[in-house]
Design a protein around this ligand. Sequence first.
Ligand SMILES: [Ca+2]
Length: 485
Amino acid sequence: MKKGKPNILLFIMDDQTPGTINYLGNKHISTPNLDKLAKDGVYFRPYTTVPVCTPGRAELLTGRTAFRNGCRWFNEPIHPEITLLPQALNKEGYYCCHIGKWHNDRHPLDLGNKEAHGVFAVQPEVNGKYGCEIKNDFYNDDHRHIFTYMDGDEECTGHNTELLCSDAIKFIDRAPEDQPWFCYVALHSPHDPRTAPEPWAGMYDDMMPPLPENFMPEHPFNNGDMMVRDERLAGFPRKQDEIRRHRADYYAMISHHDHWIGRVIRHLETTGQKENTIIIFTSDHGLAVGSHGLMGKENLYEHSARVPLIFSGPGIDKNKRYDKECLCGHYDFIPTLFELIGLEVPVSSEGISYLDVLKGVNKTVRETICAGYRRCMRMARDERYKLIHYPLVDRYQLFDLIKDPEETNDLLISWRRIEEVRCTPPLPEDNDSEGTIGIGNKESVHNIPYIPALPINEVDSIVLRLQSTLSEWQNEMNDPIGKNN
Ligand SMILES: [Ca+2]
């Protein structure tokens, strides 16, 4: 047992995109408690390799990418030889408590946790095994986040954010005093259905959030998975009012869980444990909610592949952010946390610790980072440029993330259009070309109107460099769609 080690209180949200914390730049959302946490801590924006619930969580739990831990999609089990976060902390003398969404294979009580509450298990053979699992049919969206589960002999029913945060408060009251503890609080908010209770539900009705800067009525092309479940949450093409309504309801969910997270943290303070507790706030992946004509997480744009991550507590700087400079992944979390606390990093973890960045010594630990989604998308980026490949439709996008953080100006489009225009026969003189730009526009055929942002040789060299980065990574990851696999 390691006395003197800090406690760890980890909040993991479900589908919370970065850019949803007021203090960190979004003036249209109210998040007073997350604002305070950000002021008291250090902010990062890691990537999840596969931006979907189960793989996102598996990366945080294993310290390995989805391509190396076995879990690239729902229902794919994590390799059993990998030591999971609660197992590793338990081995280091921590008393571990799991609260809420699990969504990976096996059961948290079989994986280093001494107690568990309101568990969302997904395997039929473990669901109900210990009696603490959610009784609802979670895949029925009529649940409106009202969940029922047993806590010992007591049946709990209510909005799951409130139930799970209440469980965290109860845990803090009875947490062991003779050993450090780890409490993993996995809320289902702000995942759809976006049904916060009142007064939060109507909180943004009078001042609806604006459209995101990268709002588009439709995604510019078929990305290979346009009808996945999240995309069907709004009509096609996307209507501005409908997207603003979705964003209002999404923000309401976040403001609601912000309130409850604040209650848990204040309880930690009231019981005198805050001084010795590292508080972490993060999500399993991001979400589009209207950005790029998309609604869901199933894409590799920044809003979906990245997550907010705050570290706060003893030995951690206050009011710092490295979200722009530091390239890191959720699989880097375990080595970072363990080095921060002075624990032995589990050997099965393959991540790179970014403790030096957390301490303000370095700005990043990776020069490049990659991600992938099913067989549809692969991404590689460096400190400035990001290449996304859509293998199913053989299409690439290239963005300058410094000049264009919202990813609205694909640097390949102007060159592609010039090529297409050169190959397009002139239109008849009487063709009406008003109102459109691009292929088929009479003017564009005779006077190419596109002014590329970069000369083509520069674009070529960036694309080749990032293609090479991606190819190396795919080989390392044994990616089934990699060229050499
Ligand atoms: Ca999720």
